[in-house]
Design a protein around this ligand. Structure first.
Ligand code: NAP
Length: 266
């Protein structure tokens, strides 16, 4: 005993998952998992800034504002470190602080490993791994300078720990990197009260999986790799996001939480 860590008093009430007064950043909230996560955080009380590319993100912002929360869209390509940094600075200017980062923005491409080009490698790495790291760094710098605790939630994948034959080798590499980057950041930033965790979704019904779902044979094969024999929905990721953002997870850090219908349970 006596390791010097500071425990956080947690009250067991129905507010355990409450996020009132918190400011969250979600990257890539125009659609899919990011949109569901942004709305979920707002339902539980957070104000939300979405750093993303598409003007369609304004729809998510309107839906959050209709819930009575503050929301802004800050046009940002997270693959560009300067844009990521200035996006976070703007959140602090508008909302005064940040408490939660959901590092969701991600891209994938399908090509046989023997045909992958250096350009494809760089473009996917730039968003999924480098963009994620520099977003986390920018938010951590704010938290450290404001001397406040915070949460960083990285959206990984089942493909962070298992391989596949579908021709997504670079994607697998980025997601594997995210799993252990999460552990490293959790260890480094624990001293500042910053908890860093990862969520590993199974196959989710979003634009990213449209190609797979349009191929009946592949779709069935992939469904069968989930113990629950189906794809999940973006809404099914929200509970894990809220859990990892809230007082319900004050003793959870460096974790990789699968929300995968049992894909990795086999
Ligand atoms: P999606 O429907 O394709 O949405 C991707 C989102 O990321 C969009 O909002 C997109 O914005 C944004 N984005 C992409 N590149 C960006 C960039 N450079 N800067 C800012 N925003 C960017 O994908 P999804 O399925 O919701 O995936 C979200 C995350 O979950 C990704 O990290 C993905 O790897 C992960 N994941 C997905 C699945 C799945 O089965 N769907 C499974 C495991 C993990 P635009 O609209 O502007 O393009």
């Amino acid at each position: 005993m006596g390791g010097g860590g500071v425990s956080v008093p947690v009250r067991i009430t129905r507010d355990l998952f409450g996020l009132d007064g918190k400011v969250a950043i979600v990257t890539g909230g125009s659609r899919g998992i990011g949109k569901a996560a942004a709305k979920g955080l707002a339902v539980f009380g957070a104000d939300v800034a979405i750093l993303g590319r598409s003007p369609k993100t304004e729809e998510t912002v309107s839906e959050i504002q209709a819930l009575g929360r503050r929301a802004i869209f800050i046009p940002t390509d997270v693959g560009d470190v300067d844009q990521a940094r200035s996006g976070v600075e703007r959140v602090v200017r508008e909302f005064g602080t940040v408490d939660i980062l959901v590092n969701n923005a991600g891209i994938a491409s399908v090509a046989p490993a023997e045909e992958v080009t250096p350009e494809e490698w760089d473009s996917i790495m730039a968003v999924n791994l480098r963009g994620m790291f520099f977003m986390a760094q920018a938010v951590a710098k704010v938290l450290i300078s404001q001397r406040k605790p915070g949460r960083i939630i990285n959206i990984g994948s089942i493909y962070g720990i298992v391989g596949s034959e579908i021709g997504a080798s670079i994607y697998h590499a980025t997601k594997g990197g995210i799993v252990n980057l999460t552990r490293a950041l959790a260890c480094e930033w624990a001293r500042y009260g910053i908890l860093v965790n990862c969520i590993g979704p199974g196959f989710i019904v979003t634009d990213m999986t449209q190609g797979v779902r349009e191929d009946p044979g592949l779709k069935r094969a992939i469904e069968n790799r989930h113990a629950l024999k189906r794809f999940g929905t973006p809404e099914e990721i929200v509970g894990a996001v809220v859990f990892l953002a809230s007082d319900a997870s004050t003793f959870v850090t460096g974790e990789n939480l699968f929300v995968d219908g049992g894909y990795t349970a086999w």
